[in-house]
Design a protein around this ligand. Sequence first.
Ligand code: SAM
Length: 516
Amino acid sequence: MRPLRPLRLCMTPFIPLWNNPESKAQSPKANLKSKISSRKSAILSGSGPRQQMGNELVQITAVSQPGLAAEPQSSPDASPGELKTFYIETFGCQMNVHDSEKVQGVLLGRGMKPVEDHARADLVLYNTCSIREKAAQKVFSRLGAFRKGNGGAGKVIGVLGCVAQQEGERFFDRAPRVSLVCGSASYAKLPHLLDELEAGNRRVSGLSLDTDECFETELTRRDNPFRAYLTIIEGCDQRCSFCVVPMTRGPQRSRPSEKILAEARRLVDEGYTEIQLLGQIVNAWQDPSSARWSFAELLSRVAEIPGIRRVRFTTSHPRFFSPDIVQAIDAHSTLCDQIHLPVQSGSTAVLARMLRGYTREEYLEKIHCIRKARRTISLSTDVIVGFYGETRQDFEQTLSLMKEVEYDQVFSFKYSPRPNTLAEANGDALGEEEKARRLAQLQELQRQIQLRRNQALVGETFDVLVEGYQVRLGQAVGRATTNRVVNFPGSPEDIGRYLAVKVSGAGPNSLVGARA
Ligand code: SAM
């Protein structure tokens, strides 16, 4: 799963009408036009929350909609029974972002209102990530603010997600202001936990991993007005020796195909044109219903929904990557020409220690299969440098694999030993300095590859979904189906449109052009 920069969710009073419980009775189709126009007016660049697109910083800001009530204020001494307002901040991957959207749905369904400043919230939630130590530390620095003075007076503070699961009830000792600790495998219990908080219980937790439930919500408050995330599989049954996910997200649970299709159709009815199917290992999805569709069949059925323009999926694991996925992409133009296939290392010896379940050669066979597709499919990957026992030769093999594959994007990380993983006992032999050196070398190589690949696109025309507008530069910003970021002179009215843009220039992280 591609990690994102911390993304503040629900920081504005903007509630899309199509997700507003008060507008539930309206017919989605009848209101489609007005919904789309309200989305456009809701997104302008300015000084709001920042969203990372590629490595370029684009500001996509939701502004309040006319007709919505003024932002509610928290009562400084609200008793737990009076939780009226909430603030949620999310760290980590797209799955965390989408979990937060569903948590917001639960809170809105209870009549609570979002606020954009934690100081004004009765309930402050942090949805955390523990994939690397640095990510895990972020929540503790946030909680530090409540230790000083009476910053947390009258508030209920909750920690969700991977760090919550990892730390469990120890959290209450480490951060006594925290009243709710809940891992993602227990989100189905959130309404019950919130009831307990409102009844005055000051320490409630949901930490069981023993579940076959998915986190289904009646209402999801989606923050991106164009791209809707849709979880198809939760948890992870792999035991990659570096990875904490199986311990923090619980066992693998697939959603039945009919539920996925019903949600996808509803999203299209609501006006979304891009759907991103999510899972820690999205292509390990197995239809638990009697239909018994394969993952490739599911992709095809979602891609065939009338009105849909783009379908993406992330994250795929090489072990489960089969040629029928490429065939599905070839057969359906709405399946985006983009695959994220984390390799982690180019050395078979390191891959074996990571328990990834494939060799360098087997991985390259999958890449070969993708490269044979009729459309040129853009490829991205994740790489870990400095895993224990990684020799200079192992690292050179990662570099040589990157030169061979020529990825369009690489997310690269220094190895960070994680608690309770199989590799934890082997420590962090390489040391920070050497890991940093290797990371810098790898990133410089990838920068050159990306620059060359992007420059080769000058003169080509792409269909771009406009996602934002930078007022200062007068530039519209969007993405091609390859997921490349494209900037071009435009206007705020372009937001939400699909426009043909001819590329006139390229940097390592984005393209520039003009409307064709
Ligand atoms: N489930 C996906 C998979 O197995 O391919 C990846 C999920 S993880 C959220 C995203 C990426 O973080 C991984 O692909 C890996 O590159 C990186 N990562 C995971 N554990 C790590 C660790 N202990 N140290 C450094 N990077 C790590």
